[in-house]
Write a protein that binds this ligand. Sequence first.
Ligand code: SF4
Length: 321
Amino acid sequence: MNELVTYPWGSERRYNAFSSWFNSYFGERVQKVSLDAGFSCPNRDGTLGTGGCTYCNNDAFNPSYCSPDKSVTQQLDEGIPFHQRRYRRARRYLAYFQAYSNTYAGINRLKELYSEALAYPGIIGLVIGTRPDCVNENLLSYLAELNRNHFIIVEYGIESVNNKTLKRINRGHDFETAAKMVALTAERGIRTGAHFILGLPGESRQEIIDSASVISELPLNSVKLHQLQIFKGTEMAEEFLSDPHNFDLFSTSEYLDLVVAFIERLNPSIMIERISSEAPPRFLADPRLWDLRTDEFLRLFEDKLEEKNTWQGRLYNPKII
Ligand code: SF4
């Protein structure tokens, strides 16, 4: 029988699970409620470009009640009962500004939207998803102020640490910009998360695994990782359908091995919030590429860590400055 081990993050789970920390931090179920507050994105409105990132399809993640035509309050009126059907125990919520770039507006408009959410009964904080080039010091000072009495997370879409990849997927910003904004956000004591896609075109398996060491040097509280999903109607879908051989897509078991190798090299102090994602099959350019729910894949991941007797950070080498 395996002896139970407590890892540096204080649990027997073989990775530093954001969900374990989150549940013990609040002591009860706290549910995120997604919102679409009508933001755009500089990569779509012409400021940086009009096509957006080549894989972008926000509709694939928006719950049905989310609509920019409804106010924040209306979306919370509908979103809270929507989530209550699944999570009956939840009594407190975080407003999740999720669609597009949720800091892409003037500071007064942002204050109005965030305050409207925080004034709603049961909302105890905000999760704000955005691009690294859509945040400035003025906004961070305001968020740091909010952070004194509310739970605030800023979640940056970084996607890759390689500038050649960011260029290929038309992100419109480089990795250095992302690293700088993560540092400025964390410096102010604001919880800082980042999102990465493992398997973007042009990146080798080894490059992806090596990127764990680069990410480990960022002052991040948490990361969300996911497999590449190619959505219908995107530029990437066109690229993929015209030349599938140009894409090195991972099978489920290859992706599983990849995530394990990745987290073995990841700084154990960075919590992992997600390792895969799911979208309704009708959005996928080729639904055969991925058919697992996130909870099913998480179970495979935990079993694999057990089988290999490995854990997050086992091969992590802190940089000695
Ligand atoms: S930054 Fe986000 S919203 Fe903007 S184009 Fe890229 S994926 Fe889409």
